[in-house]
Design a protein around this ligand. Structure first.
Ligand code: FUL
Length: 481
């Protein structure tokens, strides 16, 4: 009788242990905050460069341009926004003020704005029309406000910082929700500066007193991410050519960066695996050679194939893609740009329409606590919030995906569950071909998304081998195209 009792107690303990939840992996710091996670999901969006330069043909206005030249003849924010939406872009960031200092909204703090232009007889507000159009179409809206101002008389003096913050306050108070605030690092020196026409040098480590400007953003736009060359939320990718590093850590020790640091652009391009901040890279690039519209560049619009390359080398390397679409003198995105965007979207849709691994059977050589919660099937279930994980001490593992039959493969897409930190530092992909495994791709980092182009291969099974990671790997998604 006593033995029976002990046996049933043991069985009870055994079964309750089987049903016990296996604890999730601990985060490996630093990790993204909620605003950064929302940013990662946005993936691709438009940059809009529009100011007096559009009418003078310049890239950097000197600051002495008369507001009377700002005269778009058929301004149409609706056309921008529908073009952007049809291209699959999630929102836009508008140059509300570029280096020339001209404001696209009727700022109360300067006469150098749309209010003294012929646009809508001086009653117009580009920022309002564009932000309203974004909202109507469910796109996010972001603002670019150039720190360098070649028009303002007191630029380089403390007075300018108040002026700048007043303008930022206007933008963040009067135009609804702002999702990204873009602080440009360019400071070229010479300018009009209220008629002084001279060279002014500032120490850009101290002059702008960024921490106190960031406080304004946090207060007025708590949902916004802040971009600048070195963050705090989003970093520059180190080039304007449309790519981030094949090795791309979302982490970087931003406090070790300073303007002119040797090799800084490479560092921004790759991030650093031991970085102390989560500060992912954004890839900003123009669809034309210039940031502003110039008729002379009408034949130099990027091709759909080139835009696909930029996409693969930005989003496909775990960064976001910020594609500049400069409106022309009418105030519309030019037909040639619209055509390239449409063809690019078709190319993207055709390439990534059929995920050959959707709900495919997957097995793993190891998984966390032998719990279904962390099993291999999570990578093909179409749910990016479930993931395959290993036990804490296991830093490698293989996922084998059964494609059912021999199929042609051109891309493999992998996503880490970055909410708990970026981990993978080395992996490869093998294909089952002619009764043997063959390596078809190798990589270092994965992050939010990694898309690996494959020289078209026919295979019936794929194996993703995570070879090394900072902590137990967490893979949320594998897709195959
Ligand atoms: C640079 C600026 O100088 C360019 O004009 C452009 O706005 C680009 C996005 O950033 O630093």
């Amino acid at each position: 009788m006593k033995n029976l009792f002990v046996l049933s107690m043991n069985l009870l303990l055994f079964f309750s242990a089987c049903q016990m939840e296996v604890a999730p992996p601990e985060a490996i710091w630093p990790v993204p905050d909620e605003n950064q996670l929302a940013w990662h999901d946005r993936e691709q969006y438009a940059f809009i460069h529009f100011t007096t330069n559009t009418f003078t043909g310049k890239e950097w206005g000197y600051g002495d341009e008369s507001p009377s030249i700002f005269n778009p003849t058929a301004f149409d924010a609706e056309q921008w926004v529908t073009t952007i939406q049809e291209a699959g872009l999630k929102g836009l960031i508008l140059t509300c003020k570029h280096h020339d200092g001209f404001c696209l909204w009727p700022s109360a703090y300067t006469e150098h704005s749309v209010k003294n232009s012929p646009f809508r007889d001086g009653q117009g507000d580009v920022v309002k029309e564009v932000s309203d159009a974004c909202r109507r179409h469910g796109l996010f809206f972001g603002v670019y406000l150039s720190p360098w101002d070649r028009n303002f008389a007191q630029y380089a003096a403390p007075e300018y910082i108040s002026y700048y913050r007043n303008q930022l306050t206007e933008l963040l108070s009067n135009y609804g929700e702002v999702s990204e605030v873009w602080f440009d690092g360019a400071n070229g020196g010479d300018g009009y500066y209220g008629g002084a026409r001279e060279r002014r040098k500032i120490d850009n480590r101290t002059y702008y007193d960024w921490p106190n400007t960031h406080t304004i953003v946090r207060k007025l736009a708590p949902q916004a991410v802040i971009f600048s060359d070195a963050g705090p939320d989003i970093r520059w990718c180190g080039n304007e050519s449309g790519f981030s590093g094949e090795t791309n850590w979302n982490t970087l020790s931003v406090d070790t960066l300073y303007p002119g640091k040797p090799d800084i652009n490479r560092l921004l391009n790759n991030g650093s695996q031991d970085g102390t901040s989560w500060v992912p890279a954004e890839v900003d690039v123009s669809i034309r050679p210039g940031w502003f519209y110039h008729e002379t560049e009408d034949d130099e619009v990027r091709t759909p194939e080139n835009l696909l390359k930029c996409y693969l080398e930005s989003v496909g390397r775990g960064s976001n893609f910020l594609l500049n679409l400069p409106p022309d003198r009418r105030g519309q995105i030019h037909e040639k740009d619209v055509k390239a965007l449409r063809a690019w979207k078709q190319l993207l849709d055709a390439t990534f329409s059929k995920n050959l691994a959707a709900n495919a059977p997957v097995s793993a050589d190891t998984y966390r606590g032998k719990s279904k919660q962390y099993a291999a099937a999570n990578v093909t279930d179409g749910d990016k919030d479930t993931y395959w994980a290993t036990d804490d001490h296991v830093r490698s593992g293989s996922l084998e995906i059964d494609l059912g039959k021999y199929q042609k493969i051109s891309y493999v897409l992998i996503q880490e569950y970055i909410r708990l930190g970026q981990r993978v530092r080395q992996f490869n992909v093998e294909a089952w071909k002619d009764k043997a495994w063959e390596i078809i791709a190798t990589g270092t980092t994965i992050g939010h998304k990694r898309i690996l182009p494959i020289e078209a291969v026919e295979a019936s099974k794929l194996r993703i081998n995570i070879m090394d990671a900072k902590a137990c790997p967490l893979i949320a998604t594998v897709e195959v195209y």
